[in-house]
Design a protein around this ligand. Structure first.
Ligand SMILES: [Zn+2]
Ligand SMILES: [Zn+2]
Length: 201
């Protein structure tokens, strides 16, 4: 039995806390960057972080959440109950983020580029989390503008294809990941690149 703060299914409070914590870190990082060295190259690092996130999101979903135990089992639970509050625990994501991205980036690039890269990546992660949350119809009473609604409808259709594909492939079989497809949540780009947006033969 995993400890509560390492559980994948959360209480409403713990689920919201993840958005709150990362939202606060993102605002703090943004403020520090604005007050910092005012170097235009940092914009490039932030963009690289945000774009890098879209690839990371695709790879993590395809190969970790659909390929690697025990994440696979936890993610299967999301596919069984899409509106349940299932997400990677904050402690785990913070640990992975710090050890695999932040510290190596500080070491290789220096503090400010690492901060800008992290800022971009964190915002990508937040956008993914909020999009996935909205896709499954869990609304907090927000009324998005029509352009966001249209974009969300497209994301919902795309992610719906992913859920349907996985459900069809499910009972007793372990299909090759490529047959499931539609792994991108906040973007369709990498599904197009890796051709996981095609119908199975
Ligand atoms: Zn999935
Ligand atoms: Zn989903």
């Amino acid at each position: 039995m995993p400890m509560r703060w390492l559980a994948f299914e959360h209480s409403v409070g713990a689920y919201r806390a993840d958005f709150f914590i990362y939202g606060t870190v993102s605002v703090a990082l943004g403020a520090a960057l604005l007050a910092g060295p005012q170097d235009v190259r940092l914009l490039g690092w932030a963009a690289a972080g945000a774009l890098g996130w879209t690839l990371l999101e695709y790879l993590l979903h395809r190969f970790v959440l659909h390929g690697l135990p025990p994440f696979k089992r936890w993610h299967a639970e999301h596919h069984r109950r899409p509106t349940a509050l299932i997400a990677a625990p904050t402690l785990l994501t913070a640990l992975l983020f710090t050890t695999l991205l932040l510290l190596p980036a500080v070491w290789w690039l220096g503090v400010w580029p690492a901060a800008a890269l992290s800022f971009g990546l964190l915002n990508g992660y937040l956008a993914y989390g909020l999009t996935h949350h909205a896709i499954h119809g869990v609304s907090a009473g927000a009324k998005p503008t029509w352009i966001v609604r249209r974009w969300l409808m497209r994301r919902r259709r795309w992610h719906g294809l992913h859920h349907r594909r996985v459900a069809r492939a499910a009972p007793g079989r372990t299909p090759a990941p490529a047959k499931e497809g539609y792994y991108g949540v906040s973007s369709v780009f990498w599904d197009r690149v890796f051709r996981t947006d095609r119908r199975p033969p």
